[in-house]
Each structure stands twice: as C-alpha cells, then as structure tokens.
Design a protein around this ligand. Structure first.
Ligand code: PRP
Length: 177
C-alpha cells in the first residue's frame, strides 16, 4: 500500500497562474527593483518559477522558520531557523510562500519584517486556505484559493516527501488509512 494522490491543480494550470502573477508584479513595479524573500522550504519551487518570469530587477533572499512545538503552536510564536542574509531597509519586498493556512506563521513573520523598515512589503502565496484562518493576514497575490484538504507538491510536503511534484495533489496518507 502507498500514499494515495489525486491531482488538484495541474502543472499547466500552475504555469499559467504563475505567469499571470508575474505579469501583475511586472505591471506594478515597472523598472523598480523587487526583493523576493522565500519562506523555506515550501516557498522555494514557487519563488524560482515566479522569479524567472519577473522582468523588473530582482534580488533574492531566504528565511526559514518553525513553530515552537505542537503544544505552543496556538501561541503563534515562530522560531527563526535561518534568518535573512541581507538588510531589507528601503527595499520593495515580496514575501513568497507556498500556502497560507492558519495565518500564524505569516502574521508573525510579516510583523517581524515590517520592523526592519522595508520601503514596501507584499505577500505572495501560491495557495490560500481561507477556511483555516485563525489570524488575519493581508494577502496581495494569491495563486489559487483551495478548500481545507491536505495537499502536497510544488514545494508542499507530507513528512518531507512530495515537494518535488510539479503539480498540487490531495494526499491520503497510507498511515491514515
Ligand atoms: C508551512 C507553510 C507556511 C506555514 C503556513 O510551513 O510553508 O510557512 O506552514 O501555515 P500557517 O498559516 O498555519 O502558519 P511548514 O512549517 O510546514 O514548513 P515547510 O515550508 O518547510 O514545509
């Protein structure tokens, strides 16, 4: 027996949407520089594909964070596992995520990043699960709004696997059967 996967969003649909989002960003920023911040690990695939289609000058950085254990997850306190390499002062930052779920991670992260005085900051997420939201988060660019299902692929994992799938799939893990 193996984990069961059902395709929710095809590679072609993602490609098309990524291009549309890049076009929005290109129109909005013109020849201004944009500084993309990838939230590891899930945001990595989306950021690479998006960055390739952005025509404004682009710089990149990475941040990784994790919640403090399951017991304290509801506190919304997030631990920075890998901080940014560069300052974001006066930059046009776009934070790139794979999914906004409860909103706790992004709420904490965006507050922390605003304190570092970027010129502007927007949030771009491939997926949004608004029905799961616990904390309000302002999203600026969203790829797809999806229902509350366990999805993998295009950066999203189940037990660290399936991130490399070129599409988004609903997973029914073998362990849950
Ligand atoms: C996922 C996702 C977001 C966060 C969203 O990260 O990439 O960062 O959870 O959840 P929230 O809205 O409920 O805070 P995860 O901790 O699974 O790390 P990963 O990106 O390395 O898979």
């Amino acid at each position: 027996m193996a984990d069961k996967l059902r395709v929710m969003i095809t590679e072609e649909e993602i490609d098309k949407r990524v291009k549309e989002i890049a076009d929005e960003i290109n129109a909005e920023y013109g020849d201004q520089e944009v500084h993309l911040i990838c939230v590891l690990r899930g945001g990595s695939f989306f950021m690479c594909e998006l960055a390739k289609r952005i025509t404004c000058p682009v710089t990149l950085d990475f941040i990784a964070c994790s919640s403090y254990g399951n017991d304290t997850k509801s506190s919304g306190v997030v631990r920075i596992v890998k901080d940014l390499s560069d300052s974001i002062v006066d930059k046009n930052v776009i934070v790139i995520e794979d999914v906004v779920d409860t909103g706790r991670t992004l709420n904490y992260l965006l507050d922390m990043l605003w304190d570092r005085k970027p010129k502007t900051m927007k949030l771009c997420a491939l997926l949004d699960k608004p029905s799961r939201r616990v904390v309000e988060v302002k999203t600026d660019y969203i790829g797809f709004t999806i229902p509350d299902e366990f999805v993998v692929g295009y950066g999203l994992d189940y037990a660290q696997r399936y991130r490399n799938l070129p599409y988004i799939a609903v997973i029914e893990p073998e362990a849950a059967k």
